[in-house]
Design a protein around this ligand. Structure first.
Ligand code: ASP
Length: 347
C-alpha cells in the first residue's frame, strides 16, 4: 500500500474524515490571501513576547543602515545573546553530554549566497559566524572545531554557553532518563516522562526594493547525540530564500525538515503560485504524508514564510504548547502578531 493510501486509512481508523487536513488548512489560508504589510517588512517565527524583542531592534537597524541583512542579524542576535531563551545561542539546552552545540544559517537573496555553521561550541552568536562564512570565505558551511577556529580567527570570544538554568534542566533530564543506569533520579525519586524540548528562531526580511534575507539559529534538539546536526544550518532545510519570491524557515524536529527539504519546498511552492500560508501548510502535509500519518511517531514541525507582496504564512503540524503557532511581523504599519494554523489544533 502506498504512503498516501496508508495515511488516509490511518486517518479513517482514528475517526478522522479524510478531508480533515485540507479543510483545517484551507479555511485559514484563504484569510491570508491579502498582503499583511507593505514592504519593507521583517518577520520572526514567534509570537508577541519574543516578536517584539527581536523585531523592534531589527527594524531600527533597517532604518539606520538600510541593510536587510544587518536587520535580520540584529534580530537573531537578540535571542542568541539572551540567557533566558533555552533553545538558541547562549543559554540553549545542551546535548546528551551537557555541551551546548549551536547550528545557524544565513542566506541573502540578491546574491543567492549563503553561509552556515554546524555543531559550533563556545560562541554566543553563531548566525554572525555564519554570515562571515558567507561573506569572507569561498565555502558555505563550517562545522565543529573548524567553525570554532574560524570564529576565533575573526575575533569571536570563546565563552561558556551553559547557563545554570540550562545545566539544571539537563541534569534533571539526565537523571530521569533511565532507571537502568547509575544516575539516581532527583530527590523525590520520580521518573519524569522524557520530553523533547524544541525551539529555534527564523528571522526573515524583505527590503523596499524586494531584496530578501533570512537567518535560522538554534541550539538544536535538547539531549541530542553529540555530533548530531539538525536542519537549521542546512540551506534548503531550515532556511531558504529566493529573491524572485521570498523566504521560508523551519523549526521543530529537524530530521523531518531535512528529508523533505522543507524550506526549499515552501519557496518552490510560492514560486509556483501558492501564498506563503498555503505553501507552509503544504510543507506540513508533506511531512505527515512521508510519515504515514499524524499518529506515526513523535514529530512536530512549523514553517513560516513571507513573499514579496508582503503576505505572510505560518503553519505547524501540531499545536505549539497547546495553542496555535504564531508569527510576528514588523513594517511601517507597526508590529503585528499573526495566528498561524495547525493540523491538530483548531478553535
Ligand atoms: N529544528 C531544530 C533542530 O532540529 C530544533 C528545533 O527547532 O526545535 O535542530
Amino acid at each position: 500500500m502506498n504512503h498516501r493510501r496508508k495515511f488516509l486509512k490511518i486517518l479513517t481508523h482514528f475517526g478522522i474524515s479524510t478531508p480533515f487536513i485540507s479543510k483545517a488548512f484551507t479555511q485559514s489560508s484563504s484569510k491570508r490571501r491579502t498582503p499583511v504589510a507593505e514592504l519593507p517588512l521583517i518577520i520572526c517565527s514567534r509570537g508577541e513576547l519574543w516578536g517584539q524583542k527581536v523585531l523592534q531592534p531589527a527594524w531600527q537597524t533597517l532604518q539606520s543602515t538600510g541593510s536587510i541583512l544587518d536587520a535580520v542579524e540584529t534580530g537573531a542576535n537578540v535571542v542568541e545573546l539572551d540567557p533566558d531563551d533555552t533553545s538558541v545561542g547562549y543559554g540553549g539546552l545542551p546535548n546528551e553530554e551537557g555541551i551546548v552545540s549551536l547550528d545557524a544559517s544565513i542566506m541573502y537573496g540578491p546574491t543567492h549566497n549563503c553561509g552556515s555553521v554546524a555543531g559550533l561550541e563556545k560562541i554566543k552568536t553563531p548566525c554572525s559566524v555564519a554570515r562571515l562564512v558567507m561573506e569572507r570565505t569561498d565555502h558555505m558551511m563550517l562545522a565543529g572545531e573548524g567553525a570554532l577556529r574560524f570564529a576565533k580567527a575573526h575575533g569571536f570570544k570563546e565563552e561558556d554557553l551553559l547557563t545554570e538554568k540550562a545545566r539544571l534542566i539537563w541534569l534533571e533530564w539526565k537523571e530521569n532518563l533511565s532507571d537502568k543506569d547509575d544516575w539516581f533520579p532527583p530527590a523525590d525519586g520520580q521518573y519524569l516522562p522524557r520530553k523533547r524540548t524544541t525551539g529555534t528562531i527564523n528571522v526573515l526580511g524583505i527590503d523596499a526594493e524586494g531584496n530578501v534575507a533570512g537567518i535560522t539559529t538554534t541550539s538544536g534538539l535538547f539531549g541530542k547525540i553529540p555530533g548530531r546536526i539538525g536542519d537549521s544550518p542546512i540551506i534548503g532545510a531550515g532556511l531558504f530564500v529566493d529573491n524572485r519570491v521570498g523566504a521560508a524557515g523551519a523549526t521543530g524536529r529537524g530530521e523531518e525538515v531535512i528529508r523533505t527539504c522543507g524550506s526549499f519546498y515552501v519557496v518552490e511552492k510560492m514560486l509556483q503560485g501558492m501564498t506563503p500560508q498555503e505553501a507552509c501548510e503544504a510543507a506540513c502535509q508533506r511531512i505527515v504524508e512521508i510519515n504515514g500519518g499524524l499518529d506515526q511517531g513523535d514529530y512536530d514541525d512549523k514553517f513560516v514564510a513571507v513573499n514579496n507582496k508582503g503576505e505572510v504564512g505560518c503553519a505547524s503540524i501540531r499545536g505549539y504548547e497547546g495553542r496555535h503557532p504564531y508569527v510576528s511581523v514588523i513594517s511601517k504599519n507597526g508590529f503585528q502578531e499573526i495566528k498561524g494554523t495547525a493540523l491538530t489544533w483548531q478553535d
